[in-house]
Design a protein around this ligand. Structure first.
Ligand SMILES: Cc1cc2nc3c(=O)[nH]c(=O)nc-3n(C[C@H](O)[C@H](O)[C@H](O)COP(=O)(O)OP(=O)(O)OC[C@H]3O[C@@H](n4cnc5c(N)ncnc54)[C@H](O)[C@@H]3O)c2cc1C
Length: 494
């Protein structure tokens, strides 16, 4: 058996993997390998190339703090610019030779005798590492709807996260299933070129105005002036903080959610002419139960004569189209804007994980509820660190999560190096304390839980918990640099 050995293996070459690798190099850890099942870097921005794909927070916040671009073409940059940014980071920080593409990790097992992980891959190669950094993201594995007859559809079927660029939509009858964040971006882009578009909506999404604009050359040049980037980022971070984490976690004391709902309803009134369609597009759950979307043209698309909004449940799909109990909607193309497996089995992480004594992470979480110390480490799984573990992400820019969790992990790795420890494991007591703290902060209630029941939100796990970190970004950043290292056990080789 061909075994590749490294001190550290990073699973995932999206921005989490890239950010972690940059931090490792900076701290002098050179013996690492990044593996990814894709054939390119960028994760989300490598896989998602559908028309209209873009960030849904300002680009000034959606980038590394230590590598801020001044060339974003828009406040909300299109996906291809994020892909290019990922490529440029990989080259600038010398990561390319350390990436192994086309490598799907299927299982990881900890050997308590050697304090090393063995990772199995789909192509049969075995990887061995002292430490594993899991950077597999969470919006990674496309979710396919379970609709009777879907496999009999005779036209083309495409999931937004695996777009087929040979697919010509001009003059075709297109059915879009789903109205989440990807649908909000793709629908206005394709509506003008298709013959007819039928949108199947289960749950209307809160859609807020998007403060988007082109960033003209003079503004890009101004960003390069002393303080230009810092000031823009400060404004952008403040905006993101108020629209996501503070609105969600501090809704009892801050009126941001109520203001957001009023803005969303006013946006809907301005954009959609027909009151009956407006009513269908009005969410019946509180803003915050699901991730809201930001768009200036999604809602107005439903004014078009060639667009139908169908809210009746789909009963079946046949060779020729999509059916509800009352209506048959003929279609040539089926677009599945059905999102990703998020809090589902097989996604967190995307491979089987066995720690000390064969402890199965998924099973452990099933039995004990999703939890991880500071969203990074789980007792019983030594030398294993996650960028996005339960209660790690607070809903702000993913880049702040990456930098916070990487800071946490690097503190552990540096201590291990300094003490000669071959095993680093969070104590059960520290994990339990952190979990209790997170639950107590919610006061037993997640968001506006009573109104979230029908929202079909991927925020909720199978236990009904919302494993998002109920904290501000500033606090999360502070904790990543100041948590007590004695919460971990550093054990030298025996
Ligand atoms: C359309 C879209 C828009 C988004 N916009 C925003 C936004 O505006 N702001 C924001 O904060 N977040 C946004 N997100 C969330 C986005 O996923 C994160 O911001 C970020 O890109 C995640 O980076 P990551 O590296 O953790 O994961 P990913 O980008 O998902 O990368 C993980 C990589 O790991 C690979 N992988 C997974 N499992 C395995 C395995 N077992 N073996 C090998 N490789 C594996 C995957 O194929 C993937 O390439 C958006 C997501 C989508 C889909």
């Amino acid at each position: 058996m061909n075994t590749i050995e490294h001190e550290i293996i990073i699973v995932g070459a999206g921005f989490s993997g890239i950010g972690a690798a940059i931090a490792l190099r900076e701290a002098g850890f050179e013996d690492f390998l990044i593996v990814d099942d894709a054939d390119g870097v960028g994760g989300t921005w490598h896989w998602n190339t559908y028309p209209g794909v873009a960030v849904d927070i300002p680009s000034f916040s959606y980038q590394f703090s230590f590598d801020q671009r001044t060339e974003w073409s828009r406040v909300y940059a299109p996906g291809r610019e994020l892909k290019a940014y990922a490529e440029s980071c990989v080259d600038k920080y010398g990561l390319r030779p350390r990436i192994r593409f086309g490598t799907t990790v299927t299982a990881a097992d900890f050997d308590a005798g050697t304090d090393r992980w063995t990772l199995r891959t789909a192509d049969g190669t075995e990887l061995s590492a002292r430490f594993v950094l899991s950077a597999t993201g969470v919006l990674t594995r496309p979710k396919l709807p379970e609709i009777p007859g879907i496999e009999t559809f005779a036209g083309a079927t495409v999931h937004t996260a695996r777009w087929d660029h040979d697919l010509d939509l001009r003059g075709r009858r297109v059915a879009v299933i789903g109205t989440g964040a990807s649908a909000v971006q793709v629908i206005p882009e394709i509506a003008p070129r298709v013959e007819h578009l039928t949108v199947f909506q289960r749950t209307p999404i809160w859609c807020l105005p998007r403060p988007d604009a082109a960033v003209p050359l003079p503004a890009r040049l101004a960003l390069r002036l002393p303080g230009g980037r810092a000031l823009t980022r400060l404004l952008s971070q403040t905006y993101v903080e108020f629209t996501f984490p503070l609105a969600a976690h501090y809704h009892r004391s801050l009126p941001t959610a109520a203001i957001g709902e009023r803005a969303g309803l006013a946006h809907l009134r301005r954009q959609v002419r027909d009151p009956a369609i407006r009513a269908k597009l009005t969410p019946d759950y509180a803003l915050g139960c699901k991730r809201p979307s930001f768009s200036n043209d999604y809602l107005a698309t439903f004014n078009r004569a060639n667009v139908t909004l169908e809210t009746a449940p789909i009963t079946e799909i046949t060779a020729t189209g999509v059916h509800t109990a009352q209506t048959a909607h003929p279609a040539d193309v089926l677009i599945l804007a059905t999102g990703f497996k998020v809090m589902e089995s097989g996604n967190m992480p995307t491979y089987d994980l066995h720690g000390v004594d064969g402890l199965d992470l998924e099973k452990w979480w099933d039995e004990n509820r999703l939890q991880a110390y500071e969203g990074v480490s789980v007792p019983g799984f030594p030398n294993y660190f996650s960028i996005i573990g339960p209660y790690g992400y607070n809903g702000a820019s993913y880049f702040t999560l990456i930098e916070n969790q990487t800071r946490h992990i690097l503190r552990c790795l540096r201590r291990a190096r300094a003490t000669g420890a071959t095993r680093v494991e969070v104590s059960r007591a520290a994990n339990d304390r952190f979990f209790r703290e997170m639950l107590a902060r919610r006061g037993g209630q997640v968001f506006w839980q009573d109104s979230c029941a029908d929202a079909n939100s991927y925020y909720f796990d199978k236990h009904g918990d919302v494993p998002l970190r109920p904290s501000s970004t500033v606090e999360a950043a502070w904790r990543s640099g100041h948590f007590d290292l004695s919460d971990y056990l550093f054990t030298p080789a025996r």
